[in-house]
Ligand binder design. Sequence first.
Ligand SMILES: Nc1ncnc2c1ncn2[C@@H]1O[C@H](COP(=O)(O)OP(=O)(O)O)[C@@H](O)[C@H]1O
Ligand SMILES: [Mg+2]
Length: 333
Amino acid sequence: MATIAQIKALFESYISKDDERFITYGLQIAAHEAKLGHGKIAEELRRLIDIARKKRDSAESGNTVPLVQPQGELARLLSASYPNTRLSEMILSKEIASRLDRIIQEQRHIEEITAYGLQPRRKFLLIGPPGTGKTMTAFALAGELHLPLFIIRLESIITKYMGETSAKLRMVFDSLQKHRGVYLFDEFDSIGAMRALNNDVGEIRRVLNSFLQFIDHDCSNSMILAATNHPKMLDYALFRRFDDVIEYSLPDNLQISELLKNKLAGFVAENIDYSALAKNAKDLSFAEITRACEDSIKEMIIARKKCVTEQIINQMLQERIRYHSKILNNYNK
Ligand SMILES: Nc1ncnc2c1ncn2[C@@H]1O[C@H](COP(=O)(O)OP(=O)(O)O)[C@@H](O)[C@H]1O
Ligand SMILES: [Mg+2]
């Protein structure tokens, strides 16, 4: 017989919807039974685990879960997908990693938490420079929780007419109620782009306020993520509406080394001095370093080299830095 500890672990993984652990514990119990000479039971368990595994794999590839596709007008306002991104693919500071983990745990225990009359955290403001993982976080949260990711097309929502914009926002927030998912208002400071459409600053404020009210009044089970590269454009009233404000920053030397190692794994043969490379990549974002790694691999392919050398990586990083400072200079003029 399986031990009580094994059965308890099995239940815990079931409650927290952790398929991976559920299957692992199942296999451990099967192995335990086999050891005790209960070959038939062990075989039967393995057969059941195989079925569970197949079910999980097809759910992950989106075969059994029908993708909720927004219909009609809503289809112009939202795009839907089921990402496979995992949090483990991200390089995060200890603090952000533990906060995201907390969010995932609370979402996984949503039924028990609400049964106690409490609310899991679900409204987040993500701030920080471009290329630091704000959008990727939305993908990873949806991936970890097996929830659909809905990205709101702000450019379709924001029109010249305040009434129309509010009506569209209402449609999006109705969808939050109907379809549980991760809803990303990416670069939502573009509400400020209304300035180009309409010079009335008061009007922009009204749109922002109406957005805030929708967030405030929302009591769905969905997650709301608002991401911005320009937190200074927002005032304090906005920050208060969110359960958590998560601040992203450019990678430090250790994080750069880790990113380079991850991205170049399998492509570098020689001993690479990652910390020296990291020093040369100062001020670049995760996104820019990722691109430099991809450029290095492409260069290896085109030049028919066997592996990526330290020199190529350095060159690609330097190119990124040059683009980077050129763009910054142009903007600062
Ligand atoms: N923290 C991170 N860890 C690993 N890769 C990252 C991270 N942040 C960004 N990236 C890489 O850069 C790409 C763009 O990042 P993104 O999340 O769109 O940045 P942001 O939304 O903050 O501008 C990602 O798809 C990923 O390849
Ligand atoms: Mg982004």
